[in-house]
Design a protein around this ligand. Structure first.
Ligand SMILES: *Cc1c(COP(=O)(O)O)cnc(C)c1O
Length: 227
Protein backbone atom coordinates (compact mmCIF):
# COMPACT_ATOMS: atom_id res chain seq x y z
CA UNK A 1 0.00 0.00 0.00
CA UNK A 2 2.68 2.49 1.00
CA UNK A 3 4.66 1.45 -1.99
CA UNK A 4 1.67 2.24 -4.18
CA UNK A 5 1.32 5.67 -2.63
CA UNK A 6 4.99 6.34 -3.26
CA UNK A 7 4.58 5.23 -6.83
CA UNK A 8 1.54 7.46 -7.31
CA UNK A 9 3.29 10.55 -5.98
CA UNK A 10 6.35 9.74 -8.07
CA UNK A 11 4.42 9.52 -11.32
CA UNK A 12 2.42 12.64 -10.44
CA UNK A 13 5.69 14.53 -10.04
CA UNK A 14 6.98 13.09 -13.29
CA UNK A 15 3.80 14.01 -15.10
CA UNK A 16 3.85 17.59 -13.80
CA UNK A 17 7.49 17.97 -14.71
CA UNK A 18 7.02 16.67 -18.25
CA UNK A 19 3.84 18.72 -18.77
CA UNK A 20 5.65 21.87 -17.71
CA UNK A 21 8.33 21.25 -20.33
CA UNK A 22 5.80 20.93 -23.12
CA UNK A 23 4.21 24.10 -24.45
CA UNK A 24 0.44 24.23 -24.74
CA UNK A 25 0.36 23.80 -28.51
CA UNK A 26 2.20 20.48 -28.36
CA UNK A 27 0.14 17.39 -27.66
CA UNK A 28 1.39 14.96 -25.03
CA UNK A 29 0.58 11.31 -25.64
CA UNK A 30 1.20 9.48 -22.36
CA UNK A 31 2.55 6.07 -23.34
CA UNK A 32 1.13 3.65 -20.79
CA UNK A 33 2.13 0.29 -22.29
CA UNK A 34 2.93 -2.38 -19.67
CA UNK A 35 1.69 -0.10 -16.86
CA UNK A 36 -1.39 -1.07 -14.86
CA UNK A 37 -4.77 0.64 -15.17
CA UNK A 38 -4.45 2.15 -11.68
CA UNK A 39 -1.47 4.16 -12.87
CA UNK A 40 -3.29 5.29 -15.99
CA UNK A 41 -6.34 6.27 -13.94
CA UNK A 42 -4.06 8.29 -11.67
CA UNK A 43 -2.57 10.26 -14.54
CA UNK A 44 -6.08 10.64 -15.97
CA UNK A 45 -7.10 12.18 -12.65
CA UNK A 46 -4.35 14.77 -13.14
CA UNK A 47 -6.11 15.81 -16.34
CA UNK A 48 -4.41 13.72 -19.04
CA UNK A 49 -6.78 12.39 -21.69
CA UNK A 50 -4.55 11.03 -24.46
CA UNK A 51 -2.81 7.71 -23.89
CA UNK A 52 -0.74 5.49 -26.15
CA UNK A 53 -0.49 1.71 -26.21
CA UNK A 54 1.40 -0.58 -28.56
CA UNK A 55 -0.40 -3.93 -28.21
CA UNK A 56 -3.96 -4.61 -29.28
CA UNK A 57 -4.91 -7.07 -26.56
CA UNK A 58 -3.51 -4.91 -23.78
CA UNK A 59 -5.22 -1.85 -25.23
CA UNK A 60 -8.61 -3.60 -25.48
CA UNK A 61 -8.42 -4.84 -21.89
CA UNK A 62 -7.46 -1.42 -20.53
CA UNK A 63 -10.01 0.43 -22.61
CA UNK A 64 -12.80 -1.63 -21.06
CA UNK A 65 -11.72 -0.69 -17.54
CA UNK A 66 -10.94 3.00 -17.96
CA UNK A 67 -12.98 6.18 -18.58
CA UNK A 68 -14.59 6.37 -21.99
CA UNK A 69 -13.37 9.87 -22.75
CA UNK A 70 -9.75 8.71 -22.99
CA UNK A 71 -8.45 9.20 -26.51
CA UNK A 72 -6.42 6.08 -27.21
CA UNK A 73 -3.58 6.12 -29.71
CA UNK A 74 -2.12 2.94 -31.08
CA UNK A 75 1.61 3.50 -31.50
CA UNK A 76 2.94 0.00 -32.21
CA UNK A 77 2.96 -2.23 -35.26
CA UNK A 78 -0.59 -3.35 -36.03
CA UNK A 79 -1.39 -6.62 -37.75
CA UNK A 80 -4.21 -6.28 -40.27
CA UNK A 81 -6.20 -9.12 -38.68
CA UNK A 82 -6.36 -7.20 -35.39
CA UNK A 83 -7.74 -3.91 -36.64
CA UNK A 84 -11.28 -5.14 -36.02
CA UNK A 85 -10.72 -5.34 -32.26
CA UNK A 86 -9.98 -1.63 -31.89
CA UNK A 87 -11.92 -0.08 -34.78
CA UNK A 88 -14.95 0.84 -32.67
CA UNK A 89 -13.07 3.03 -30.19
CA UNK A 90 -9.55 3.90 -31.31
CA UNK A 91 -8.92 7.64 -31.65
CA UNK A 92 -5.75 7.57 -33.75
CA UNK A 93 -3.60 4.84 -35.23
CA UNK A 94 -0.13 6.39 -35.34
CA UNK A 95 1.64 3.38 -36.74
CA UNK A 96 0.35 2.90 -40.27
CA UNK A 97 3.21 1.14 -42.00
CA UNK A 98 1.64 -0.44 -45.09
CA UNK A 99 -1.02 0.20 -47.67
CA UNK A 100 -2.63 -3.14 -46.85
CA UNK A 101 -3.09 -1.99 -43.26
CA UNK A 102 -4.65 1.27 -44.41
CA UNK A 103 -7.10 -0.64 -46.59
CA UNK A 104 -8.15 -2.76 -43.63
CA UNK A 105 -8.53 0.27 -41.32
CA UNK A 106 -10.69 1.89 -44.00
CA UNK A 107 -12.86 -1.22 -44.21
CA UNK A 108 -13.27 -1.54 -40.45
CA UNK A 109 -13.98 2.17 -40.05
CA UNK A 110 -16.81 1.85 -42.57
CA UNK A 111 -18.21 -1.18 -40.73
CA UNK A 112 -18.25 0.85 -37.53
CA UNK A 113 -19.78 3.86 -39.21
CA UNK A 114 -16.98 6.17 -38.25
CA UNK A 115 -13.85 7.77 -39.55
CA UNK A 116 -10.56 6.68 -38.07
CA UNK A 117 -7.66 9.11 -37.77
CA UNK A 118 -4.24 7.82 -38.73
CA UNK A 119 -0.65 8.94 -38.99
CA UNK A 120 1.68 7.49 -41.58
CA UNK A 121 4.73 6.08 -39.85
CA UNK A 122 7.80 6.99 -41.85
CA UNK A 123 11.21 5.35 -41.53
CA UNK A 124 13.68 8.10 -40.79
CA UNK A 125 16.18 6.32 -38.58
CA UNK A 126 19.54 5.41 -39.97
CA UNK A 127 19.53 2.17 -38.00
CA UNK A 128 17.73 -0.81 -39.50
CA UNK A 129 14.16 -0.65 -38.22
CA UNK A 130 11.56 -3.25 -38.88
CA UNK A 131 8.49 -1.08 -39.33
CA UNK A 132 7.58 2.11 -41.12
CA UNK A 133 7.06 3.31 -44.65
CA UNK A 134 9.87 4.35 -46.92
CA UNK A 135 9.59 8.04 -47.75
CA UNK A 136 8.49 7.36 -51.32
CA UNK A 137 5.83 4.90 -50.11
CA UNK A 138 4.43 7.47 -47.69
CA UNK A 139 4.20 10.00 -50.53
CA UNK A 140 2.47 7.49 -52.81
CA UNK A 141 -0.04 6.46 -50.18
CA UNK A 142 -0.78 10.09 -49.36
CA UNK A 143 -1.41 10.70 -53.05
CA UNK A 144 -3.89 7.84 -53.21
CA UNK A 145 -5.56 9.20 -50.10
CA UNK A 146 -5.90 12.61 -51.77
CA UNK A 147 -7.38 10.84 -54.77
CA UNK A 148 -10.10 9.46 -52.54
CA UNK A 149 -8.95 5.89 -52.06
CA UNK A 150 -9.59 5.69 -48.30
CA UNK A 151 -12.89 7.50 -47.69
CA UNK A 152 -13.28 6.33 -44.09
CA UNK A 153 -9.85 7.44 -42.99
CA UNK A 154 -8.50 10.81 -42.04
CA UNK A 155 -4.75 11.06 -42.56
CA UNK A 156 -3.85 13.58 -39.86
CA UNK A 157 -0.10 13.56 -40.18
CA UNK A 158 3.15 11.69 -39.81
CA UNK A 159 4.92 9.74 -37.10
CA UNK A 160 8.60 8.90 -36.88
CA UNK A 161 11.22 7.52 -34.56
CA UNK A 162 14.83 8.62 -34.55
CA UNK A 163 17.84 6.36 -34.21
CA UNK A 164 18.53 5.32 -30.63
CA UNK A 165 21.80 7.16 -30.18
CA UNK A 166 23.53 9.68 -27.92
CA UNK A 167 24.44 11.65 -31.03
CA UNK A 168 22.08 14.64 -30.84
CA UNK A 169 23.05 15.80 -34.32
CA UNK A 170 22.02 12.50 -35.84
CA UNK A 171 18.66 12.66 -34.06
CA UNK A 172 18.19 16.27 -35.16
CA UNK A 173 18.98 15.38 -38.74
CA UNK A 174 16.36 12.63 -38.76
CA UNK A 175 13.64 14.74 -37.12
CA UNK A 176 14.39 17.61 -39.50
CA UNK A 177 14.00 15.27 -42.45
CA UNK A 178 10.55 14.23 -41.27
CA UNK A 179 9.56 17.86 -40.73
CA UNK A 180 10.56 18.59 -44.33
CA UNK A 181 8.42 15.72 -45.63
CA UNK A 182 5.57 16.94 -43.43
CA UNK A 183 5.83 20.46 -44.87
CA UNK A 184 6.01 19.15 -48.39
CA UNK A 185 2.91 16.97 -48.07
CA UNK A 186 1.14 19.81 -46.29
CA UNK A 187 1.38 21.87 -49.47
CA UNK A 188 -1.03 19.40 -51.08
CA UNK A 189 -3.36 19.16 -48.11
CA UNK A 190 -2.64 20.61 -44.72
CA UNK A 191 -1.52 18.03 -42.20
CA UNK A 192 -2.13 18.67 -38.50
CA UNK A 193 0.05 16.29 -36.55
CA UNK A 194 3.77 15.65 -36.58
CA UNK A 195 4.42 13.01 -33.95
CA UNK A 196 8.06 12.59 -33.02
CA UNK A 197 10.01 12.41 -29.81
CA UNK A 198 9.94 10.06 -26.83
CA UNK A 199 11.18 10.32 -23.22
CA UNK A 200 14.82 10.81 -24.18
CA UNK A 201 14.49 13.02 -27.22
CA UNK A 202 11.20 14.93 -27.06
CA UNK A 203 12.82 18.36 -26.44
CA UNK A 204 14.91 17.92 -29.59
CA UNK A 205 11.85 16.74 -31.49
CA UNK A 206 9.87 19.83 -30.48
CA UNK A 207 12.80 22.02 -31.51
CA UNK A 208 12.65 20.32 -34.90
CA UNK A 209 8.93 20.95 -35.33
CA UNK A 210 7.06 18.13 -33.57
CA UNK A 211 3.63 19.14 -32.29
CA UNK A 212 2.90 15.79 -30.69
CA UNK A 213 5.23 13.74 -28.48
CA UNK A 214 4.95 10.20 -27.11
CA UNK A 215 6.32 10.00 -23.59
CA UNK A 216 6.28 6.78 -21.56
CA UNK A 217 9.06 5.96 -19.12
CA UNK A 218 9.69 9.60 -18.16
CA UNK A 219 6.18 9.61 -16.70
CA UNK A 220 5.46 6.02 -15.63
CA UNK A 221 8.98 4.86 -14.87
CA UNK A 222 10.74 1.89 -16.37
CA UNK A 223 8.61 -0.71 -18.03
CA UNK A 224 8.15 -4.08 -16.46
CA UNK A 225 7.83 -6.50 -19.35
CA UNK A 226 6.99 -9.37 -17.02
CA UNK A 227 3.61 -7.95 -16.10
C1 LIG B 1 7.33 2.83 -26.12
C2 LIG B 1 7.18 3.85 -27.18
C3 LIG B 1 7.29 5.23 -26.89
C4 LIG B 1 7.63 5.76 -25.52
O1 LIG B 1 8.95 5.46 -25.18
P1 LIG B 1 9.62 6.07 -23.86
O2 LIG B 1 11.06 6.03 -24.17
O3 LIG B 1 9.24 5.17 -22.75
O4 LIG B 1 9.10 7.44 -23.70
C5 LIG B 1 7.10 6.12 -27.92
N1 LIG B 1 6.81 5.72 -29.17
C6 LIG B 1 6.69 4.41 -29.50
C7 LIG B 1 6.38 4.05 -30.89
C8 LIG B 1 6.88 3.44 -28.51
O5 LIG B 1 6.77 2.15 -28.84
Amino acid sequence: MNEDLDKFSEITDNYKKISSKIQADVELVAVSKTHPVEMIQHIYDQGQRVFGENKVQELVEKQLLLPKDIRWHLIGHLQTNKVKYIASFIDTIQSVDSEKLLEEIDKQAEKNNRKIKVLLQVKIAEEETKFGLEIHEAKEIFQEYLNGKFPNIEVKGLMGMATLTEDKNQVKKEFTLLKQIFDKLSLQRKLDILSMGMSDDFPVAIECGANSVRVGSAIFGHRNYNL
